[in-house]
Structures are given as structure tokens and as C-alpha cells.
Ligand binder design. Structure first.
Ligand SMILES: Nc1ncnc2c1ncn2[C@@H]1O[C@H](COP(=O)(O)OP(=O)(O)OP(=O)(O)O)[C@@H](O)[C@H]1O
Ligand SMILES: [Mg+2]
Length: 349
């Protein structure tokens, strides 16, 4: 099976009466603001190129209006692009017939929504079973099949409750169980945890990460919260005004922000808690001193490095082999916030 689950190429979306014509203007460099001012069209997405790996959590992040929902809805074609391509496991989503598209939505993708999207007149068990019933499975069987997912999200015993009788966090657990019950490989999560209180939200992130360790789903997770993105994303793409301005793993985003918008985004991050020692080590060099696993974050090694004779430590891999080393100075440099770059140095990709 391919490592790339979803491949998006040259995707444009323009809202308005004459989108095809407007794409030409945008391709010629017209900004989102000018397109609205001069032509009364909204630039939703501009030249999006993203490869979403299979079985990982890919986060799409950006401020309100940056195009996150528009992008995720193209993946199961709830929105038609103005131009561009979307392949899912090598299959062109745009050339699917109605029947193929329906099958694709029922079997290959599941959505989890910000406002939970539960049926208020159905019980918890019926809600979770819903996706299976749509696949043609009887309600009784579907309820039986979905019970294990309710257990997995900690809602065993709540089968006969109605959504209104549950807290927001519990309702979103139902939403998650429903998405998992259909066995779809691709989970599309649009601000799925954004409506929840911080502690409940952190709980949900834990549940998702825990499930992902077993299930290895292909998850596209939208958020406007950088802490959340860094916590759960294997990779992160940052959108601004409909454009991807940087994609990379969380370490890349923090250590090599591409422009001022991202530098602004990462200002408030606790860098010592996010940056790992592998990202900043001197490869191959060994020192006299303590050893730490490559995934250790700076905060957790700092005291030991300060206390060591050489103010240094080795970095080891899963096999306990030394793969490099770090010094106090590099840790301090990495923890220091990046300065906002001058406009002259902005590197728009
Ligand atoms: N149906 C539509 N008609 C016109 N413009 C639209 C439509 N849907 C979205 N837009 C515009 O496209 C842009 C991207 O919207 P989108 O909803 O994708 O943003 P978002 O990043 O999901 O924002 P939020 O964080 O608020 O959910 C915005 O400028 C929005 O106004
Ligand atoms: Mg949105």
C-alpha cells in the first residue's frame, strides 16, 4: 500500500459566480483582498499541494478564514474544486461517479465535527451504529459491532442515553466512536476538540493518541491551536489566506519557521517542552556525560546537562546506540525565542 494516502495537487477554490475566470487572476498574482475588492469573489484556496501520509496524523492549522474547512471538505468532495486534483490511495476523487463517491464516503472516510453532529433523537448506541446502518448492516448488529468503540472511548454504560444528557466531552467521544465504528481508514476531523474546555480537550487528545497507537488511521486534523497541533501532529501544514505557507514536522515548524506569520504563531510556545534533543544534536559526536533518548524534550534534560562535568549529554536511539550529542549552549539557543524576521528576509515558498 502506498505511503501517501491523500495527494492534493494544484488545488484552487474560488467562491463566487465566475470562479474559473477568477483563477486566472489569482494565478497571475492577484491577492485575496484584491479579488474580493475588485471582483467580489472569495479566494478559498490557492495552489494547495499536500501529500498526506497514510496512517499518520496530519494537522492543518491556520487562523479563522484561512481555508481549513474548505480544504478538508475537498477530500471527500463535499466541495468541488475550481481546479486541481485530489487522489485518495491513487484514485481520483473528482472522477468518481455518484455511486463510487457514496461508497467512498461510507467506507473509506469518516468525519468528526466541531459541534459533534449527533442525532439528538437517537440514543448514544444508535448514533454510533449509524454509519454501519448506512453501510447496510442491521441496527441490532450495528449496535453490537459498535459497542466496543463506546468502550474504547470510555462510554460503556451510556448506550441508552440521548446526546442532550451528556457533557460536551462525552458527546464528542460519541462522535469519535461513531467515526471509528465504520472502520474507515481516513478520519477527517474539523476542529473536533475546539468546542471543549481545555482539560476535556487535553483528555480527548490523549484518547485520540492512544487509539492511534493501535489503529494507525490516516487522520486529517484541523485546528487553529498550535499547542494542539504540536501535541498530536506527525506533520503540520500552515494555511494563511488560502495558501499553505509551511509544511513540516512539528520540530521543523518550531526550529525553522518560514516567515513572520509563523514566527508570530510560535511566540508563545513553551519551546523546552516541544523541541526534542534529536532535532538540535551534533550528529555522530560523542561526549563524556549522561545519555538521553532522542525523543527527550529539552526541558527534561536541562538539569542533568547543567549538572554534568562537560555541560553535555549523548543522544541515543531506540537501541541505546549513541547517535549524537548536545551541549548546554545549543539547548539555551534552541529555547530562546526566535526574533521576528525583517520583511526583507521573508521567504515565501
Ligand atoms: N460557501 C462559501 N461562499 C463564499 N465564501 C466562502 C464559502 N465557504 C467559505 N468561504 C470563504 O472561504 C474562506 C475560507 O473559509 P473556511 O471556512 O475554509 O475557513 P476556516 O479556516 O475553516 O475558518 P474557521 O476557523 O473560522 O472555521 C473564508 O474567507 C470564507 O469566508
Ligand atoms: Mg472551519
Amino acid at each position: 500500500m502506498s505511503d501517501i494516502a491523500i495527494s492534493i495537487k494544484g488545488l484552487y477554490k474560488i467562491f463566487g459566480k465566475r470562479p474559473k475566470k477568477m483563477v486566472e487572476y489569482v494565478k497571475d498574482g492577484m491577492s485575496k483582498a484584491d479579488l474580493l475588492d475588485k471582483h467580489n469573489h472569495v479566494l478559498g484556496l490557492k495552489d494547495i499541494n499536500i501529500d498526506i501520509p497514510a496512517h499518520k496524523i496530519s494537522v492543518i492549522m491556520g487562523l479563522s478564514g484561512s481555508g481549513k474547512s474548505t480544504l478538508i471538505r475537498h477530500i471527500n468532495r463535499l466541495i468541488e474544486p475550481t481546479s486541481g486534483n485530489i487522489d485518495v490511495y491513487g484514485k481520483d476523487v473528482l472522477s468518481m461517479s455518484k455511486v463510487e463517491l457514496r461508497e467512498f464516503r461510507r467506507h473509506q472516510t469518516s468525519m468528526v465535527f466541531q459541534k459533534f453532529g449527533l442525532h439528538v433523537h437517537k440514543t448514544v448506541a444508535e448514533n454510533v451504529a449509524y454509519g454501519l446502518v448506512i453501510q447496510g448492516i442491521s441496527l441490532d448488529q450495528a449496535k453490537k459491532d459498535s459497542h466496543k468503540w463506546l468502550e474504547r472511548v470510555g462510554l460503556d454504560g451510556f448506550e441508552d442515553y440521548y446526546p442532550a444528557q451528556l457533557s460536551g466531552g462525552m458527546q464528542q467521544r460519541v462522535g469519535l466512536a461513531r467515526a471509528l465504528a465504520t472502520d474507515a481508514d481516513i478520519l477527517l476531523m474539523d476542529e473536533a476538540f475546539s468546542a471543549l474546555d481545555p482539560l476535556i480537550r487535553a483528555d480527548m487528545q490523549d484518547i485520540l493518541l492512544d487509539l492511534q497507537q493501535d489503529l494507525h488511521k490516516t487522520i486529517v486534523f484541523i485546528t487553529h491551536d498550535l499547542d494542539e497541533a504540536l501535541r498530536i501532529g506527525d506533520s503540520i501544514a500552515i494555511l494563511r489566506d488560502g495558501e499553505v505557507i509551511q509544511q513540516g514536522n512539528p520540530q521543523d515548524i518550531i526550529l525553522k519557521p518560514d516567515d513572520d506569520y509563523i514566527v508570530d504563531f510560535i511566540q508563545e510556545i513553551n519551546r523546552g517542552r516541544v523541541i526534542n534533543i534529536k532535532s538540535i544534536m551534533n550528529k555522530g559526536k560523542t561526549v563524556e556525560g549522561p545519555s538521553f533518548h532522542q525523543s527527550s524534550v529539552l526541558e527534561n534534560v536541562l538539569t542533568a546537562v547543567v549538572d554534568s562535568d562537560n555541560h553535555a549529554a549523548n543522544v541515543v536511539d531506540d537501541n541505546n546506540e549513541i547517535i549524537g550529542s548536545i551541549h548546554l549552549q545549543e539547548i539555551a539557543t534552541a529555547i530562546a525565542k526566535p526574533a521576528v524576521k525583517s520583511n526583507i528576509n521573508i521567504n515565501y515558498k
